[in-house]
Design a protein around this ligand. Structure first.
Ligand code: SAH
Length: 385
């Protein structure tokens, strides 16, 4: 809200920073824990709601220019497949999109998570009445994006600014509250695959990750970050003690094609990108995911699939194929289901674990590559699937 323009937000502060704040205010150390619990677990939106803190301390905080700093849900778009696209607004009036994707009744395995699903599946059976037993939240890391991938709607916005760690965490909290769920009781996956390039906002992204794991209570094994291929940050990311799984947007099978589709390939070409992926220190049972957006007659031919096989040979990888999600201003065509299946078969026959991503929320412009703060839904005649 505009009134919070110059305020410091508690949301985004880590335990060390909150402890310093509490000490400065001459308060006992345990107040830090109360603030952390209030902000990240109870998801309070104002000091009023922090009833564990004495009123004078709350007043001090307010007078010191502090606010909780929760973002506002400005709009919701509901897809017929259950996906919800949220327009989430921050203190300076900028906004991003955050997407909620509930998953089936246990029947629609998406293969995204690889650990511990079957036991929880049984525990989650009682939840079938609400129509889902796990859900994925897709969050944004920047307002707009600077990377300029030719098939992506977010690219058309350019980049406005980075999100702070508090704004990244705030999207998750806003959606959890709106859906009335919590990571303590519900199976929540997180993907950093919304607007923006997380590895071009690396420090804020990583601070948000640590807060989400250590304070909000989400499991790092249930988080995935996708990068367009910022090679030096892939190396840094491999050294992090707490980190999500890694996904890389491959999207092309040779340098000429990739440079045409993703101009950043000029800076970090396939050789450098795949070297970084090969050197990436994987954990037990972990794989690097490669995303590949299929564009009709551009990168979806047999030769392309064969080149991908060569690129990924011997790597502990999985491939997620995504048929192009269409949008206004995007000059590519979505391939037919048969050519997607044929592409998948070539990879699978070569021993590469390959999945086809089911599009989510295409009708409300919520699917991969469609996040552009569109305040509309798709005309019925264009909803091909
Ligand atoms: N900037 C990061 C995070 C975004 S992830 C990255 O590029 O990885 C979004 C995913 O959607 C990427 O894998 C991207 O290649 C894919 N994508 C972009 N535009 C798309 C479109 N129109 N249809 C389908 N997938 C698309």
């Amino acid at each position: 809200m505009a009134s919070n323009l110059n305020a410091s937000t508690l949301l985004g502060l880590n335990r060390r920073e909150v402890t310093a704040l509490v000490e400065q205010a001459g308060q006992p150390a345990y107040r830090a824990q109360q603030i952390m619990d209030g902000v990240y677990r109870e998801r309070v939106r104002s000091f009023e709601q922090m009833s564990t803190l004495p009123r004078p301390f709350r007043e001090d905080l307010a007078q010191g220019g502090f606010v909780v700093g929760s973002p506002e849900i400005e709009q919701r778009f509901l897809s017929r497949d259950g996906t919800v696209r949220y327009l989430v607004a921050f203190g300076d009036g900028e906004s991003v999109e955050t997407v909620w994707m509930p998953e089936g009744d246990g029947g629609e395995a998406d293969g995204e998570t690889e650990a511990g699903d079957s036991a929880e599946m049984i525990a989650g059976a009682g939840r079938a009445s609400r129509g889902w037993d796990r859900a994925t939240i897709c969050i944004s890391s920047q307002v707009g994006c600077a990377v300029d991938c030719q098939f992506c709607l977010t690219a058309l916005l350019g980049v406005k600014r980075n999100l702070t760690a508090g704004e990244i965490v705030g999207q998750v909290l806003a959606v959890l509250s709106d859906q009335k769920v919590s990571p303590q009781h519900d199976r929540i996956n997180l993907v950093f695959m919304g607007m923006g390039e997380p590895f071009l906002n690396y420090d804020n992204f990583m601070k948000a990750v640590r807060l989400l794991v250590q304070e909000v209570g989400l499991a790092e094994s249930r988080m995935t970050v996708s990068t367009a291929g910022i090679v030096p940050r892939i190396h840094d990311f491999g050294q992090e003690a707490i980190r999500p799984r890694l996904a890389i947007s491959l999207n092309a099978s040779n340098d000429d094609l990739r440079t045409r589709l993703m101009p950043l390939n000029r800076k970090w070409n396939l050789e450098r990108l795949l070297a970084a992926a090969r050197e990436f220190p994987l954990r037990t049972r972990e794989r690097v995911t490669f995303e590949y957006v299929l564009l009709h007659n551009v990168n979806d031919r047999r030769e392309n699939a064969e080149e991908v096989v060569e690129l990924l040979r011997g790597m502990r990888s999985r491939v997620n194929l995504i048929a192009l999600n269409p949008g206004p201003g995007i000059d590519f065509v979505t391939p037919a289901a048969e050519s997607v299946a044929a592409f998948q078969k070539i990879l699978r026959d070569a021993g590469i674990l390959t999945f086809v991503r089911r599009p989510r929320g295409r009708d409300i412009y919520a699917a991969c590559g469609q996040l552009k703060r569109t305040v509309a839904i798709m005309p019925a005649e264009e909803r091909s699937s």
